[in-house]
Each structure stands twice: as C-alpha cells, then as structure tokens.
Design a protein around this ligand. Structure first.
Ligand code: M6R
Length: 614
C-alpha cells in the first residue's frame, strides 16, 4: 500500500525522505515521488518503478541538496495505472501546493466533474489529484492554507492520509487523516510525518498518532493538532520501543527469513509477560483485561483477513475446546457486508498484525455499533484497530517488514492460546492443563533447536519441487488452518498455485488434481490421536494415485516413510502447540521455493503489507 514521509527541519530533505521511503518499501508500491522547495518554488520529481529509479532521477537533476520542508510518497495503484504521471505528489493547476495521499477518495468522480466544470485541468487519472484542486478552489476563495485544507477535507468521502505543502507557506507541513494511518515523529527543532512507524525509526522514537478527522500543522518547532471542530487537541507522545536493528535484515538475505528465525523470541516475548511466574497462571492485568470483561458473553466472533484469519481459525479450536463458548470466525471483507447476529452478549475479536486493515477495522466498527465488546490482537502499538478496541492484547513480534506474515501469525496463535487458558480459568471456571502451559514456555527452546534442522531438509526437498505449478496442502482439525496458511504463503511469495484443504474433504473434489506433477504437503501429528490415523489414510489415497507426498509429521511417524522420503519430522508436544510447530516448516518451504524461483520474496508482486483500502 502507499507510503508517506514528510520532513521539516534543518537537514537536507532528500536523504531524509529517501531513507523514510526505503523503510516503507516493504508495504509494496509501484511508483515513487518527492516534493521539496527550490528557489522559492515547489519542485516535484516522480517516477514509475523503484525508489532506486527515483534516486537516479534526483541525482541526474542534482537535486540531492534540496532544502526542507518536503514530502515523499510510494504509490500502490488504485485509480489509474502505475505511471510517472499517476505517481504522487500531485499539483493543483497553478503549482501552488502539492499533495501526497494514501487511501481512496470514494466521491472523487463527482468532485472531479465539479472541478472540471470550474475550469480546473487534471494531469493524472488518480483520485488524489482532486484533493489538490479542491484545496486550490478554497485558496482561490481567499482561505489560508490550513483553512483550505480543512474545508477540502470536509468534502472528501473515503479514506485518506494526506500531507500537503503550500508554496506560500514554506515554514509548515500540513497533514490530515481519515481511516488511514498518520504518525507524527517529534524531534529537536525538526518534525516528521509518516504513514507508518518504520519510516521514522532512523530519526525519532517519540511519536503522536493522529485520529480520524484530525488535521495537524507541523513546523520545525511545533506540532499543532486540531479536531474536526477546529479545537486544538493536546496529545502526549508515545515512545516506540522497536529499535532500528529490529527493522533491518541483520545479515539475512531477506526480512522474511530473519522473521521466521525470530519466532522463538517473538513467542517468548508474547507469552512470558503474561504468565505469572509465581502461580503459573495467565494474567492479562497489565493489558487492562480482567474477568469482568467477559461477564454475560455468550458468543465470540473472530474477524480478520489473510494470515490473521487463519490464526482466528486456530483460535476457534482452542477457545471452543477450552471454554465451551461458540466461536464464529469470519473474513472481515464478508463480515462487514452481512448482517451478523450480534448483541451486547457478543465478544468481537479483531486480529490484525498491522492494526490498520480496512476491512477488519470496518468490521470492528460495525460490531461496536451493534453493541459487541471489542478485543483486538494487534502487533502495532497505537494502530487504529488497537485504539478503537475496548481491550488490546499486543503480540510482541517486533516489526514485521516482509509482506508475508510469519512471526505475526505464530504470536497471534500464541496470544489466542493464552486467551483460551485465561478464559478457561476465569470464564469456564476450569483449571487449565499445567502441562500445556509448561510446554508453551519451553516452546522457544525447542524451536531454536529444530528450525535449522528443518531448514536443511526443506532446502533438499525444495530443489526437487521448486518448478511445480500446483501444490495441495492437507491437514485436519487444528492443523487444517495450517494447511490453509501453508498454501497462502507459497502462493504469495512463490507465485505458485496452491490449495489448502481439510484432508477429509479431499475426496469431494481436489482428489481429481492428484497426479505425478502435483505434490501434496500433508500435515499429520500423532498428538491428534484418531485424526492422525485418518490423515494417514488420506495420504495413502494420494500416494496410491501416484501423487508425490511431502509429509510434515511427528517424529517417529514410520508409516509416512513407506509413502515418501520427503519427510520433515516435528518433535512430539501437546496438541495446542501443533499450529505453531507445524506452520514454521511450511513458511521455510515457501521461502526456499520462492528463492529458487527467483522471486522478490519480501515484496511480492501486487501485494501490500498493510491493506488500508477495501
Ligand atoms: O495486518 P493484518 O494482519 O490485518 O493483515 C491481514 C492480511 O492482509 C495479511 O495477513 C496478509 O494475508 C499477509 N500478506 C499474509 O502473509
């Protein structure tokens, strides 16, 4: 998705903007651009392609020494193809202001017709350009820059994070937000703005999150925030604990691989602080969650997108089994447009790594409107979903840069497991199994030991199968969502078609796909008892149709060696930890296949890290 960075201060503006934009690259983009002041005028340089291409253009024009203030943008096309013209920033007719924008202006067509009638001329096919002309229209009517921006913002429908510079006001940057994140970074004699925290990390960790409907003015010395009624808002800054190193590759060829290997620590950080060392019980009091919150709750909805949705599916197994409350899991894009049966006895759980996913946010708002209590599981502190929830449980995964979610997923599952233990004790009034809690505490150590062993075996298997064009992933019960997640991962980063299926459902359709060229990845854990036997039968059905098998199975699952030599062994544990243990080999497999296919692993085509539009 698009990225914004802005700077006002004494430093040379281009290096600041380029550094910020590089740190937003992971969000996915197709073009990039900057605006800055030069000889009293606004100068825009933009290009289709990569940030490197933009840097070259700036270098050719000898603009690298330009002065602040300035804005930078990476665009992910929604209205109008990726091109130099459609790249941001966008000017008004007279180049009196330049705008960068994230989000979608839903009434842009109507606004554009109005503005065309008034004689404005447009240089791009974007929805963003209407914002520049709309502001210009208010300037023409005698408004000052801030007033013109506020008036224009009131006419916009849809989502936006906006940053604007005005030719006649080189001492200020203006920003506005509605349903698309804006974070302001505070410095000494300088200030920053960005759509996402990593862009600010090289410069500051003191940040302020803008709320929906707010507009802010940044000067070198001051940040002033105003609510939709025009009243100034005083907001305390938040300290971001992520350090710069955790947002860098640290010697790994890709962020994805680094993040896969960070999972033991991420799980440890997520669970340790929530397990009381004295009595071994799960304790969410530091998160502001107590027993009272669950009073009267008769039903749970878990709503999320993509990988977070798969974590939600695992959550259903865990919570229904331990707490005995019905749990519905829904895709946010579906939930928001149906008529879910929700009331004040419903608990709505939103799961989102970024905390900014548009569909998940809209679902949360809908659930709230209908009276549900809202708890969210998020990774990004201060994100919109987190701020709009009654309670937020932060996964402590650290920044996840790679578009493909890995450590965010396992920490979400870890958090759902902790929540299920907590609800088991406080809601169902049953003692959680101490063995399971202990197993969770020893999981990071086990992962550290096993991951490199899995990785070696997976490299071998990947060499055999990287050219395959179709994969089938099969699992049952608590490993069914993991089959879905494995398939999503390989689709996302290796551009290989893959289907995740409940193993028992295979004979109702996908069995027709089985042939020598279509490998099936089967997940079978002895801890699932009879389900293990059933999955083994499904694997036999594949093998007897000459379908190649890749088995991710419990250590000592001899039966599978009769069917295939491509076996990845997972140590025995408790059933509730299977999703975490079994997903990691699938992440590594997707990674290795993508690497062998020469894919752009951290920035897969067409994908964005944080999907802030519908
Ligand atoms: O930030 P979120 O967890 O809300 O994001 C949801 C999905 O967009 C995300 O999980 C997506 O499916 C990932 N790219 C998966 O790797």
């Amino acid at each position: 998705m698009c990225g914004i960075v802005g700077y006002i201060g004494e430093r040379k503006v281009i290096p600041v903007l380029m550094e910020g934009l590089r740190r937003l690259e992971y969000r996915g983009y197709d073009s990039a651009g900057v605006v800055f002041f030069r000889k009293g005028a606004l100068e825009v340089v933009k290009t289709k392609g990569r940030i490197l291409d933009l840097e070259e253009k700036l270098f050719e024009k000898c603009y690298v020494d330009a002065a602040a203030p300035g804005l930078g943008h990476t665009r992910w096309a929604t209205h109008g193809e990726p091109s130099d013209k459609n790249a941001h920033p966008h000017f008004d007719c007279t180049r009196s202001l330049a705008v960068v924008h994230n989000g979608i202006i839903e009434n842009y067509y109507q606004l554009k017709s109005e503005l065309l009638e008034k004689g404005h001329f447009f240089s791009s096919a974007t929805d963003t350009e209407v914002i520049a002309h709309l502001i210009e229209e208010f300037l023409k009517r005698g408004c000052a820059p801030f007033e013109a921006l506020c008036k224009a913002a009131k006419r916009l429908k849809g989502s936006y994070a906006l940053a604007v510079v005005f030719k006649k006001d080189p001492e200020a940057l203006f920003v506005a937000r509605n349903q698309s994140p804006v974070v302001i970074g505070l410095g000494e004699g300088e200030n920053f703005v960005a759509s996402d925290i990593p862009a600010l990390l090289p410069f500051t960790r003191e940040v302020i999150f803008l709320e929906d409907g707010e507009v802010a003015i940044l000067t070198k010395e001051k940040v002033s925030i105003f609510n939709p009624e025009g009243k100034e808002v005083i907001r305390e800054p938040v300290k971001i604990e992520w350090d710069l190193a955790s947002a860098e590759k640290g010697g790994y060829p890709h962020f994805m691989l680094k993040e896969i290997y960070e999972q033991p620590e991420a799980i440890q950080h997520t669970s340790l602080g929530r397990i009381n060392q004295q009595n071994g019980e799960v304790d969410f009091s530091a998160d502001g969650l107590s027993e009272d919150f669950f009073k009267g709750i008769k039903k749970l909805f878990i709503v999320a997108c993509g990988t977070s949705f798969h974590a939600g599916l695992v959550g259903k197994y865990l919570i229904e089994e331990k707490v005995g409350i019905p749990v519905e899991v829904d895709l946010a894009s579906e939930f928001r447009y149906r008529n879910p049966l929700i009331n004040e006895n419903t608990l709505f759980i939103a799961i989102s790594q970024s905390g900014e996913t548009a569909d998940t946010l809209a679902s949360l708002r809908e659930a709230k409107k209908r009276g549900a209590k809202v708890l969210s599981i998020c990774n990004v502190v201060g994100s919109t979903i987190a701020r709009e929830s009654d309670v937020v449980l932060y996964t402590q995964a650290g920044p996840e840069i790679s578009v493909a979610s890995t450590k965010a997923f396992t920490t979400q599952v870890c958090m759902l497991l902790l929540l299920s233990f907590y609800m088991q004790k406080r809601v169902a009034k049953r003692e959680p199994d101490k063995n399971e809690l202990e197993a969770l505490l020893s999981l990071p150590g086990i992962l550290k030991k096993e991951m490199s062993l899995w990785h070696e075996k997976i490299k071998e298997i990947s060499k055999k199968w990287y050219f395959a064009e179709d994969f089938l992933y099969l699992g049952r019960n608590i490993l069914f969502p993991i089959a879905l997640e494995g398939a999503l991962k390989i689709k996302e980063i290796a551009y290989t078609h893959a289907e995740g299926y409940a193993a028992g459902e295979m004979k109702h359709g996908p069995i027709a796909l089985i042939e020598e060229k279509v490998p099936t990845v089967v997940l079978a854990a002895k801890e699932t008892g009879i389900i293990y036997e059933k999955t083994l039968s499904n694997a036999e059905e594949v093998a007897s149709r000459r379908g190649p098998l890749i088995a991710v199975v419990s250590k000592g699952a001899e039966e599978f060696y009769k069917l295939t030599q491509d076996v990845i062994e997972v140590p025995l544990t408790v059933k509730v930890l299977l999703p975490i243990l079994y997903v990691i080999p699938l992440q590594l497999f997707a990674y290795e296949i993508a690497a062998l296919r020469g894919c752009d692993i951290d920035k897969p085509r067409n994908l964005a890290k944080s999907v802030t539009v519908e």
